[in-house]
Design a protein around this ligand. Structure first.
Ligand code: DGL
Length: 266
């Protein structure tokens, strides 16, 4: 198989990384995509960093050995935050994360230099966002907050309920009070409930969905390596570690077409 025809591999703990599949499809419709959602072991957020690293490596090993791939995107902020450099030592393909593209976008977008970050407990505890933002522009102040319930809300299809709005208010009001003008959705699940987050944050706060910025980074990297696949008919293949039905349902709603997910157990 020609190198450029190989797939871009994505991994996440569940459905969150599908927000990135959607952006890749729009930006690079000719690319083939292989996706792994570790639905049997999600959420990753409360797990120790070493365990998240070992799950991510296990999945990458499957993707690298059983699929023909030319690039890996860790479509999970938690797995990116705790181990991107570590994963890069193990596989001879470019490995991109979702954290830096979102951080860069927020630094460019903020006018008041007050940026909010929301993510899982693991992402927030790693301090990876404040560190990256400070390296990009040390005058930017970062206000971060873990929102552990959001992943469960999305995975269990409970987004448009009054309870979710109340949970969102209690997580986000401290950030509203800090007057942030940009908020990084530092978990790939959060764009699926962006309208609820926007309702609480108000119109003056720009929400940064790192999926688009990551897709654009992937395009730059593939172009640099002369590995872009042109055309408009890339295929997608989905794997999950748990029951496929819920994943397929959320995927259909998000991507706008039927998809089939195959179950893989380790
Ligand atoms: N979607 C993932 C992230 O971006 C993981 C969420 C979780 O499993 O806790 O962090």
């Amino acid at each position: 198989m020609e190198e450029r025809d190989k797939a871009i591999a994505l991994l996440d703990s569940g459905v969150g990384g599908l927000t990135l599949v959607r952006e890749l499809r729009n930006l690079l419709p000719g690319e083939n995509i292989v996706y792994f959602g570790d639905t049997a072991r999600m959420p990753y957020g409360p797990r120790p960093a070493a365990q998240v690293q070992s799950f991510a490596l296990e999945i990458m090993d499957f993707l690298y050995t059983a699929q023909d791939i030319k690039m890996v995107i860790v479509a999970c902020n938690t797995a990116t935050a705790v181990g991107l450099e570590h994963y890069r030592k193990h596989f001879p393909v470019p490995i991109l994360g979702v954290l830096e593209p979102g951080a860069k976008a927020a630094v460019n977008l903020t006018r008041t230099k007050r940026v909010g970050v929301i993510g899982t407990e693991g992402t927030i505890a790693s301090r990876a966002y404040p560190r990256t933002i400070c390296q990009l522009d040390e005058s930017v102040q970062v206000f971060d907050r873990a929102c552990p319930m959001f992943v469960l809300v999305v995975e269990n299809q409970l987004i448009d309920t009054p309870e979710t709005l109340r949970v969102a208010e209690s997580y986000l009001e401290p950030l509203v009070r800090e007057n942030v003008d940009a908020l990084i959705l530092g978990c790939t699940h959060y764009p699926l409930m962006e309208h609820v987050i926007a309702q609480v944050m108000g119109e003056s706060v720009v929400l940064v969905n790192s999926a688009w910025f990551t897709a654009s980074t992937a395009r730059e990297k593939l172009a640099e390596m002369d590995l872009l696949r042109s055309g408009s008919c890339g295929w997608q293949r989905f794997f999950v570690s748990g029951e496929p039905a819920n994943f397929e349902q959320i995927g259909r709603r998000l991507l706008g077409y039927d998809l089939k997910a195959y179950r893989v157990t380790f």
